[in-house]
Design a protein around this ligand. Structure first.
Ligand code: ADP
Ligand code: F6P
Length: 321
Protein backbone atom coordinates (compact mmCIF):
# COMPACT_ATOMS: atom_id res chain seq x y z
CA UNK A 1 0.00 0.00 0.00
CA UNK A 2 1.41 3.37 -1.05
CA UNK A 3 0.54 6.44 1.00
CA UNK A 4 3.38 8.80 0.00
CA UNK A 5 4.12 9.34 -3.69
CA UNK A 6 4.08 7.67 -7.09
CA UNK A 7 5.54 8.78 -10.43
CA UNK A 8 4.38 8.60 -14.03
CA UNK A 9 6.42 8.68 -17.23
CA UNK A 10 6.03 8.21 -20.98
CA UNK A 11 8.73 6.49 -23.01
CA UNK A 12 9.58 5.34 -26.54
CA UNK A 13 7.53 6.54 -29.51
CA UNK A 14 4.82 8.96 -28.43
CA UNK A 15 1.21 8.08 -29.17
CA UNK A 16 -2.06 10.05 -29.08
CA UNK A 17 -3.77 9.41 -25.75
CA UNK A 18 -0.60 9.29 -23.65
CA UNK A 19 -1.65 12.65 -22.20
CA UNK A 20 -5.10 11.31 -21.32
CA UNK A 21 -3.53 8.30 -19.59
CA UNK A 22 -1.00 10.36 -17.60
CA UNK A 23 -3.75 12.84 -16.66
CA UNK A 24 -5.86 9.99 -15.30
CA UNK A 25 -2.92 8.64 -13.29
CA UNK A 26 -2.27 12.07 -11.77
CA UNK A 27 -5.88 12.91 -10.94
CA UNK A 28 -6.63 9.42 -9.54
CA UNK A 29 -3.57 9.44 -7.28
CA UNK A 30 -4.36 12.92 -5.97
CA UNK A 31 -7.99 11.88 -5.38
CA UNK A 32 -6.61 8.98 -3.29
CA UNK A 33 -4.42 11.38 -1.31
CA UNK A 34 -1.14 10.25 -2.86
CA UNK A 35 1.40 12.74 -4.28
CA UNK A 36 2.48 12.36 -7.93
CA UNK A 37 5.73 13.14 -9.71
CA UNK A 38 6.15 13.43 -13.48
CA UNK A 39 9.37 12.16 -15.01
CA UNK A 40 10.27 14.24 -18.06
CA UNK A 41 11.64 12.64 -21.25
CA UNK A 42 11.34 8.96 -20.36
CA UNK A 43 14.31 7.03 -18.99
CA UNK A 44 16.65 9.80 -20.16
CA UNK A 45 14.94 12.19 -17.75
CA UNK A 46 14.89 9.58 -14.99
CA UNK A 47 18.68 9.33 -15.23
CA UNK A 48 19.08 13.12 -15.50
CA UNK A 49 16.80 13.60 -12.47
CA UNK A 50 14.20 15.56 -14.48
CA UNK A 51 11.55 14.65 -11.93
CA UNK A 52 8.95 17.22 -10.82
CA UNK A 53 5.90 17.13 -8.60
CA UNK A 54 2.54 17.50 -10.39
CA UNK A 55 -0.76 18.99 -9.25
CA UNK A 56 -4.28 18.49 -10.58
CA UNK A 57 -3.84 21.69 -12.62
CA UNK A 58 -0.59 20.40 -14.17
CA UNK A 59 -2.73 18.13 -16.35
CA UNK A 60 -5.42 20.65 -17.34
CA UNK A 61 -6.14 21.27 -21.04
CA UNK A 62 -4.37 18.06 -22.07
CA UNK A 63 -6.92 15.35 -22.79
CA UNK A 64 -7.45 16.60 -26.35
CA UNK A 65 -3.75 16.92 -27.19
CA UNK A 66 -1.52 14.48 -29.05
CA UNK A 67 2.13 13.97 -28.12
CA UNK A 68 2.98 13.81 -24.44
CA UNK A 69 3.32 16.74 -22.03
CA UNK A 70 5.86 14.64 -20.09
CA UNK A 71 8.10 14.38 -23.14
CA UNK A 72 9.56 11.11 -24.30
CA UNK A 73 12.94 9.85 -25.43
CA UNK A 74 15.07 6.84 -26.17
CA UNK A 75 17.87 6.14 -23.71
CA UNK A 76 20.68 3.63 -24.38
CA UNK A 77 22.12 4.07 -20.88
CA UNK A 78 19.01 2.58 -19.30
CA UNK A 79 19.83 -0.72 -21.02
CA UNK A 80 22.83 -1.04 -18.68
CA UNK A 81 22.63 -2.09 -15.03
CA UNK A 82 24.48 1.06 -13.92
CA UNK A 83 21.93 3.16 -15.77
CA UNK A 84 19.01 1.45 -14.08
CA UNK A 85 20.70 1.75 -10.66
CA UNK A 86 21.05 5.49 -11.19
CA UNK A 87 17.39 5.68 -12.22
CA UNK A 88 16.28 3.85 -9.09
CA UNK A 89 18.45 6.08 -6.88
CA UNK A 90 16.91 9.22 -8.41
CA UNK A 91 13.37 7.92 -7.90
CA UNK A 92 14.10 7.02 -4.28
CA UNK A 93 15.68 10.42 -3.62
CA UNK A 94 12.24 11.98 -4.28
CA UNK A 95 10.48 9.49 -2.01
CA UNK A 96 8.76 7.82 -4.97
CA UNK A 97 7.28 4.45 -3.96
CA UNK A 98 5.79 3.27 -7.25
CA UNK A 99 6.03 4.01 -10.97
CA UNK A 100 3.57 3.97 -13.89
CA UNK A 101 5.35 3.55 -17.24
CA UNK A 102 3.40 4.37 -20.39
CA UNK A 103 5.14 3.07 -23.50
CA UNK A 104 5.69 0.28 -25.99
CA UNK A 105 7.27 -3.13 -25.51
CA UNK A 106 10.78 -1.63 -25.28
CA UNK A 107 9.80 0.75 -22.51
CA UNK A 108 7.93 -2.00 -20.67
CA UNK A 109 11.00 -4.25 -20.99
CA UNK A 110 13.01 -1.50 -19.31
CA UNK A 111 10.37 -1.39 -16.57
CA UNK A 112 10.54 -5.15 -16.07
CA UNK A 113 14.31 -4.96 -15.63
CA UNK A 114 13.98 -2.06 -13.19
CA UNK A 115 11.42 -4.04 -11.22
CA UNK A 116 13.76 -7.08 -11.07
CA UNK A 117 16.31 -4.92 -9.25
CA UNK A 118 13.74 -4.49 -6.46
CA UNK A 119 13.11 -1.22 -4.70
CA UNK A 120 10.15 0.05 -6.67
CA UNK A 121 6.81 -1.43 -7.76
CA UNK A 122 6.03 -0.98 -11.46
CA UNK A 123 2.75 -0.84 -13.37
CA UNK A 124 2.84 -0.55 -17.16
CA UNK A 125 0.36 0.88 -19.65
CA UNK A 126 0.71 -0.02 -23.35
CA UNK A 127 1.33 3.20 -25.28
CA UNK A 128 2.21 2.79 -28.95
CA UNK A 129 0.52 3.32 -32.29
CA UNK A 130 1.78 -0.12 -33.39
CA UNK A 131 -0.67 -2.09 -31.20
CA UNK A 132 2.00 -4.72 -30.67
CA UNK A 133 2.06 -5.24 -26.89
CA UNK A 134 1.39 -8.86 -25.93
CA UNK A 135 -1.68 -9.61 -23.80
CA UNK A 136 -3.84 -6.65 -24.84
CA UNK A 137 -6.11 -6.11 -27.85
CA UNK A 138 -5.51 -2.40 -27.60
CA UNK A 139 -2.64 0.04 -27.08
CA UNK A 140 -3.05 3.75 -26.35
CA UNK A 141 -2.94 5.70 -29.62
CA UNK A 142 -3.58 2.88 -32.07
CA UNK A 143 -7.10 4.03 -32.88
CA UNK A 144 -6.07 7.61 -33.68
CA UNK A 145 -3.14 6.44 -35.82
CA UNK A 146 -5.29 3.98 -37.76
CA UNK A 147 -7.86 6.71 -38.43
CA UNK A 148 -5.13 9.12 -39.57
CA UNK A 149 -3.81 6.49 -42.00
CA UNK A 150 -7.35 5.73 -43.16
CA UNK A 151 -8.07 9.40 -43.89
CA UNK A 152 -4.87 9.65 -45.95
CA UNK A 153 -5.65 6.48 -47.93
CA UNK A 154 -9.16 7.75 -48.70
CA UNK A 155 -7.58 10.84 -50.25
CA UNK A 156 -4.97 8.85 -52.16
CA UNK A 157 -7.75 6.70 -53.60
CA UNK A 158 -9.33 9.77 -55.26
CA UNK A 159 -6.18 10.76 -57.10
CA UNK A 160 -5.24 7.15 -57.92
CA UNK A 161 -8.64 6.67 -59.55
CA UNK A 162 -8.43 9.94 -61.49
CA UNK A 163 -5.12 8.88 -63.11
CA UNK A 164 -5.63 5.08 -63.27
CA UNK A 165 -2.52 4.75 -61.13
CA UNK A 166 -1.21 2.29 -58.61
CA UNK A 167 -0.45 3.97 -55.28
CA UNK A 168 1.77 2.35 -52.68
CA UNK A 169 1.08 3.71 -49.19
CA UNK A 170 3.74 3.03 -46.58
CA UNK A 171 2.39 3.10 -43.03
CA UNK A 172 4.30 2.73 -39.75
CA UNK A 173 4.91 -0.60 -38.07
CA UNK A 174 8.55 -1.52 -37.52
CA UNK A 175 7.73 -5.05 -36.40
CA UNK A 176 3.99 -5.16 -36.68
CA UNK A 177 1.42 -5.12 -39.47
CA UNK A 178 -1.52 -4.11 -37.28
CA UNK A 179 -1.74 -0.51 -38.51
CA UNK A 180 -1.41 -1.61 -42.16
CA UNK A 181 -4.06 -4.31 -41.71
CA UNK A 182 -6.59 -2.04 -40.01
CA UNK A 183 -6.17 0.96 -42.32
CA UNK A 184 -5.94 -1.36 -45.33
CA UNK A 185 -9.13 -3.27 -44.56
CA UNK A 186 -11.04 -0.12 -43.61
CA UNK A 187 -10.00 1.68 -46.80
CA UNK A 188 -10.71 -1.28 -49.08
CA UNK A 189 -7.06 -1.51 -50.20
CA UNK A 190 -6.46 -4.14 -52.85
CA UNK A 191 -3.23 -5.40 -51.26
CA UNK A 192 -1.94 -5.22 -47.68
CA UNK A 193 1.67 -6.21 -47.16
CA UNK A 194 2.75 -6.88 -43.57
CA UNK A 195 5.87 -8.37 -41.93
CA UNK A 196 3.92 -11.30 -40.47
CA UNK A 197 2.60 -12.68 -43.78
CA UNK A 198 4.60 -13.94 -46.79
CA UNK A 199 3.74 -12.39 -50.14
CA UNK A 200 4.72 -13.02 -53.75
CA UNK A 201 5.30 -9.77 -55.62
CA UNK A 202 5.26 -11.49 -59.03
CA UNK A 203 1.78 -12.87 -58.33
CA UNK A 204 0.55 -9.49 -57.12
CA UNK A 205 1.87 -7.70 -60.23
CA UNK A 206 0.37 -10.27 -62.63
CA UNK A 207 -2.97 -9.94 -60.89
CA UNK A 208 -2.87 -6.14 -61.09
CA UNK A 209 -2.09 -6.22 -64.85
CA UNK A 210 -4.96 -8.69 -65.45
CA UNK A 211 -7.36 -6.53 -63.43
CA UNK A 212 -6.39 -3.39 -65.37
CA UNK A 213 -7.08 -5.27 -68.63
CA UNK A 214 -10.55 -6.02 -67.26
CA UNK A 215 -11.15 -2.31 -66.58
CA UNK A 216 -9.83 -1.64 -63.07
CA UNK A 217 -9.16 2.09 -62.63
CA UNK A 218 -6.62 2.02 -59.81
CA UNK A 219 -4.92 -0.08 -57.16
CA UNK A 220 -4.00 0.76 -53.57
CA UNK A 221 -1.22 -1.24 -51.93
CA UNK A 222 -0.77 -0.60 -48.21
CA UNK A 223 2.61 -1.71 -46.89
CA UNK A 224 3.89 -1.74 -43.32
CA UNK A 225 7.37 -0.22 -43.11
CA UNK A 226 8.59 -3.39 -41.40
CA UNK A 227 7.66 -5.55 -44.41
CA UNK A 228 9.55 -3.55 -47.05
CA UNK A 229 10.24 0.03 -48.07
CA UNK A 230 7.45 1.80 -49.91
CA UNK A 231 9.89 3.38 -52.36
CA UNK A 232 11.50 0.02 -53.20
CA UNK A 233 8.09 -1.57 -53.62
CA UNK A 234 6.87 1.24 -55.87
CA UNK A 235 9.92 0.85 -58.16
CA UNK A 236 9.46 -2.91 -58.52
CA UNK A 237 5.70 -2.66 -59.05
CA UNK A 238 6.10 0.06 -61.69
CA UNK A 239 8.73 -1.98 -63.52
CA UNK A 240 6.86 -5.29 -63.37
CA UNK A 241 3.41 -3.94 -64.28
CA UNK A 242 4.34 -1.06 -66.60
CA UNK A 243 1.54 0.89 -64.89
CA UNK A 244 2.14 4.44 -63.63
CA UNK A 245 2.87 3.99 -59.90
CA UNK A 246 3.35 6.47 -57.06
CA UNK A 247 4.36 6.09 -53.43
CA UNK A 248 3.20 7.99 -50.38
CA UNK A 249 4.99 7.56 -47.04
CA UNK A 250 2.71 8.62 -44.22
CA UNK A 251 5.48 8.64 -41.60
CA UNK A 252 5.21 10.57 -38.36
CA UNK A 253 1.90 12.18 -39.36
CA UNK A 254 0.46 8.94 -37.95
CA UNK A 255 1.97 9.53 -34.52
CA UNK A 256 0.51 12.98 -33.94
CA UNK A 257 -2.89 14.60 -33.73
CA UNK A 258 -5.74 14.94 -31.32
CA UNK A 259 -6.69 11.51 -29.91
CA UNK A 260 -9.98 9.94 -30.96
CA UNK A 261 -12.75 9.46 -28.43
CA UNK A 262 -11.83 5.78 -28.14
CA UNK A 263 -8.20 6.60 -27.31
CA UNK A 264 -9.21 9.25 -24.77
CA UNK A 265 -11.69 7.01 -22.96
CA UNK A 266 -9.58 3.86 -22.96
CA UNK A 267 -6.43 5.76 -21.94
CA UNK A 268 -8.37 7.37 -19.09
CA UNK A 269 -9.71 4.00 -17.92
CA UNK A 270 -6.22 2.47 -18.04
CA UNK A 271 -4.66 5.43 -16.22
CA UNK A 272 -7.17 5.19 -13.39
CA UNK A 273 -6.68 1.42 -13.03
CA UNK A 274 -2.88 1.79 -13.06
CA UNK A 275 -2.87 4.39 -10.28
CA UNK A 276 -5.37 2.48 -8.12
CA UNK A 277 -3.49 -0.80 -8.52
CA UNK A 278 -0.10 0.72 -7.75
CA UNK A 279 -1.42 2.53 -4.69
CA UNK A 280 -3.06 -0.65 -3.41
CA UNK A 281 0.26 -2.52 -3.57
CA UNK A 282 0.08 -4.22 -6.97
CA UNK A 283 3.28 -4.48 -9.03
CA UNK A 284 4.58 -6.10 -12.23
CA UNK A 285 1.38 -5.82 -14.23
CA UNK A 286 0.38 -4.15 -17.47
CA UNK A 287 -3.22 -3.02 -17.84
CA UNK A 288 -4.79 -3.48 -21.25
CA UNK A 289 -8.07 -4.46 -22.89
CA UNK A 290 -9.49 -7.85 -23.78
CA UNK A 291 -12.84 -7.92 -25.59
CA UNK A 292 -13.68 -4.41 -24.41
CA UNK A 293 -12.86 -4.95 -20.72
CA UNK A 294 -9.82 -3.75 -18.78
CA UNK A 295 -7.57 -6.68 -17.91
CA UNK A 296 -4.30 -7.03 -16.02
CA UNK A 297 -1.43 -8.88 -17.68
CA UNK A 298 1.75 -10.09 -16.02
CA UNK A 299 4.51 -7.61 -16.97
CA UNK A 300 7.11 -10.32 -17.60
CA UNK A 301 4.72 -12.37 -19.75
CA UNK A 302 3.90 -9.26 -21.73
CA UNK A 303 7.50 -8.34 -22.51
CA UNK A 304 8.65 -11.92 -23.13
CA UNK A 305 6.04 -12.69 -25.77
CA UNK A 306 5.46 -11.32 -29.25
CA UNK A 307 1.89 -10.36 -30.06
CA UNK A 308 0.74 -12.11 -33.23
CA UNK A 309 -1.29 -10.35 -35.91
CA UNK A 310 -4.93 -11.38 -35.54
CA UNK A 311 -5.38 -14.22 -38.07
CA UNK A 312 -9.04 -13.18 -38.50
CA UNK A 313 -7.89 -9.83 -39.90
CA UNK A 314 -5.45 -11.55 -42.26
CA UNK A 315 -8.20 -13.90 -43.45
CA UNK A 316 -10.70 -11.06 -43.88
CA UNK A 317 -8.22 -9.00 -45.91
CA UNK A 318 -7.60 -11.91 -48.28
CA UNK A 319 -11.34 -12.52 -48.77
CA UNK A 320 -12.26 -8.87 -49.38
CA UNK A 321 -9.43 -7.82 -51.70
P1 ADP B 1 8.91 1.52 -27.35
O1 ADP B 1 8.73 1.61 -25.88
O2 ADP B 1 8.01 2.45 -28.10
O3 ADP B 1 8.89 0.10 -27.85
P2 ADP B 1 11.83 1.56 -27.62
O4 ADP B 1 11.93 0.12 -28.02
O5 ADP B 1 12.65 2.54 -28.40
O6 ADP B 1 10.36 2.13 -27.70
O7 ADP B 1 12.22 1.66 -26.08
C1 ADP B 1 12.19 2.89 -25.40
C2 ADP B 1 13.25 2.90 -24.34
O8 ADP B 1 13.02 1.85 -23.41
C3 ADP B 1 14.67 2.66 -24.84
O9 ADP B 1 15.28 3.81 -25.37
C4 ADP B 1 15.36 2.20 -23.57
O10 ADP B 1 15.67 3.29 -22.74
C5 ADP B 1 14.26 1.37 -22.90
N1 ADP B 1 14.46 -0.04 -23.29
C6 ADP B 1 14.09 -0.65 -24.43
N2 ADP B 1 14.51 -1.94 -24.45
C7 ADP B 1 15.18 -2.12 -23.29
C8 ADP B 1 15.89 -3.22 -22.72
N3 ADP B 1 15.98 -4.40 -23.35
N4 ADP B 1 16.47 -3.04 -21.52
C9 ADP B 1 16.37 -1.86 -20.84
N5 ADP B 1 15.75 -0.79 -21.35
C10 ADP B 1 15.14 -0.91 -22.54
O1 F6P C 1 6.00 4.18 -32.17
C1 F6P C 1 6.39 3.06 -32.91
C2 F6P C 1 6.91 3.54 -34.21
O2 F6P C 1 5.94 4.36 -34.70
C3 F6P C 1 7.29 2.50 -35.26
O3 F6P C 1 6.21 2.01 -36.01
C4 F6P C 1 8.31 3.25 -36.07
O4 F6P C 1 9.16 2.43 -36.79
C5 F6P C 1 9.03 4.00 -35.01
O5 F6P C 1 8.10 4.28 -34.01
C6 F6P C 1 9.74 5.23 -35.49
O6 F6P C 1 10.02 6.05 -34.40
P1 F6P C 1 11.17 7.15 -34.33
O7 F6P C 1 11.15 7.87 -35.61
O8 F6P C 1 10.75 7.98 -33.17
O9 F6P C 1 12.44 6.41 -34.11
Amino acid sequence: MITGAIAVMTSGGDSPGMNAAARAVVRTALYEGVRVFGIQNGYKGMLADEIYELEARSVSDLIQRGGTFLGTARCKEFKTEEGRKLGLKNLQSHGIEGLVIIGGDGSLTGGALLSKMGGIPIVGLPGTIDNDVWGTDYTIGCDTAANTALDAINKLRDTASAHRRIIVVEVMGRNSGWLAMMSGIASGAEYIIVPEVKYDLDDICHEIVDDYKKGRRYTIIVVAEGACSGVGLKNVVQEKTGIDTRVSILGHIQRGGSPTMEDRIKASMLGERAALALISGVSNVVFGFDEGKVVSINLFDSVNNKKPLDPELVRLASVLK
